[in-house]
Structures are given as structure tokens and as C-alpha cells.
Design a protein around this ligand. Sequence first.
Ligand code: ATP
Length: 257
Amino acid sequence: MTAVPKIELKGVHKAFGPKVVLDGIDLSVARGESVVVIGGSGTGKSVMLKSILGLLRPESGSIRIDGEEVVGMGAKDRDRIMKKFGMLFQGGALFDSLKVWENVAFGLIQGQRMERAKARDIAIEKLAQVGLAASTGDLFPSELSGGMQKRVSLARAIATNPEIIFFDEPTTGLDPIMADVINDLIVKCCKEVGATALSITHDMASARKISDRIAMLYKGKLIWVGPAKDIDHSGNEYVDQFIHGRAVGPITMELRA
Ligand SMILES: Nc1ncnc2c1ncn2[C@@H]1O[C@H](COP(=O)(O)OP(=O)(O)OP(=O)(O)O)[C@@H](O)[C@H]1O
């Protein structure tokens, strides 16, 4: 018997009016695996992620989490599924008015109704996991550098020991060295909590580092899916153009939305 995938998309189709964004997406992510979806701006990476999170509803196709269909799921079941998820949002999305530890503990206090003292201990532990001192916990996000804010976002994403973590452009806005530090931490933290990871990015260095497999989205379809180590020999001219960032090639920039 083959194991049930942790995340499974089959024939997912999503359009906005006449504009088809996802045109039959099939993707399967195994338990403990890390898959990164790459693709140019506006190719539908966020729409795919939002469909999995239940923020957008595809017109057709199936999305299963642990074998359970989530398209069209009711609010109560959706809440149960959401408890399996951790998320690192593009730009960090920390609450400015909350201290760092309160940001990290947000899901524990609000979602799990954990008492504050216990949640604080866990938050401090998670901050240590991403290399931040306990004293950082009492600062406000505005007092931290961009790289430290990303670490805090990562600590928040892993705070509830989620089974699945979604990373939305995790290295955006960071210098290449700090981006590499964050990539290393993502790999380490996913391993430590035993999480399955699905990420979207256009940062190839990040994709190579944090993924087991890479999938490339182009014109509504996944045109290549394979092990990260094979991406330099994909034999696909679209993938080749994208990973080398060449202006000239089969991919032409749409200048109008
Ligand atoms: N709620 C919406 N209503 C209408 N069109 C939308 C909506 N959300 C996304 N789109 C369109 O879907 C397309 C894909 O957008 P999406 O944000 O998924 O791209 P992306 O690959 O994540 O891009 P980027 O890398 O720039 O973030 C875009 O053309 C966008 O305008």
C-alpha cells in the first residue's frame, strides 16, 4: 500500500472571470517532504497557496490534506484542518503592537487557549531554535532588523509544532547572506518539528536549498516537477530560462495583467 500524501492536488482549476490562473494542477507532497513551487510574477503561485489554505475556492479539482477533501469543506472542519498548518507569510506579517514573544505565542494563546505563562515559555524555546536570545522576546518587532523579524516569523510558524508549514517567499527583502541563514533555519526547523513543507518563491537559491523537489508553474500548469538536484538538467527550455534569469527565451513577459 502506498502512503497517503500529506498534500494532494488533482486537476485544480481556478479562474477569475475570463482569466484562467490554474489550469489543471496535479501535485502531491509526501509526509516530511519539502516541495517548492517556482514561477514568474503573476503565474498563480499565491492563488495556488490560497486555494490550499481555503482562502480561495477552485471551480473544479480536488485538494486533499491527509487524504481528506478540503475543497468546499465547512467552517468547523476547516478550523480543524487549519490547526495542522503553520505559515510564514511574505514580509513576516508580525503584529507591531505585540511583543516578539506574544507574536510567536499568538497561535498558542488565541488558537489553543494556552495560558500565557506556558505559551511564553514555548515562545522563548522557539526563539532559541531560530537563534534568538530570550531577551528578544520582550522587544517589539519594530526594534528588530529585517533578518531578525524573519527569524521571529519562522519561530511563530513552528510554535504550534504544525504538521505542514507553508512558506510564502521566505527570503524576500533579505540580503543573500541573511537569506541563506534563513534557508538553513527553515531546513533545520522543519526537520526538528518533522513538518511537511510547501513553499512558493522566485528565489532560486532558496528553492534549491530548502526543497527536496521543485515544481515550476507556467501559464496555469506545472510544466516541470522533479528533484531539486535535477533542475540544472531538466531538459526543459522554460525551466532553463527561468533558473538562469534570461530575458531571452520561450517565456515572454506579459506587460499587461
Ligand atoms: N482575487 C483575485 N481576483 C482577480 N484576480 C486575481 C485575484 N487573485 C489573483 N489574481 C490574478 O491571478 C494571477 C496570479 O496571481 P498570483 O498572486 O497568484 O501570482 P504569483 O505567482 O503569486 O505572483 P508574485 O510572484 O508576483 O507574487 C494574477 O494575474 C492576478 O492578477
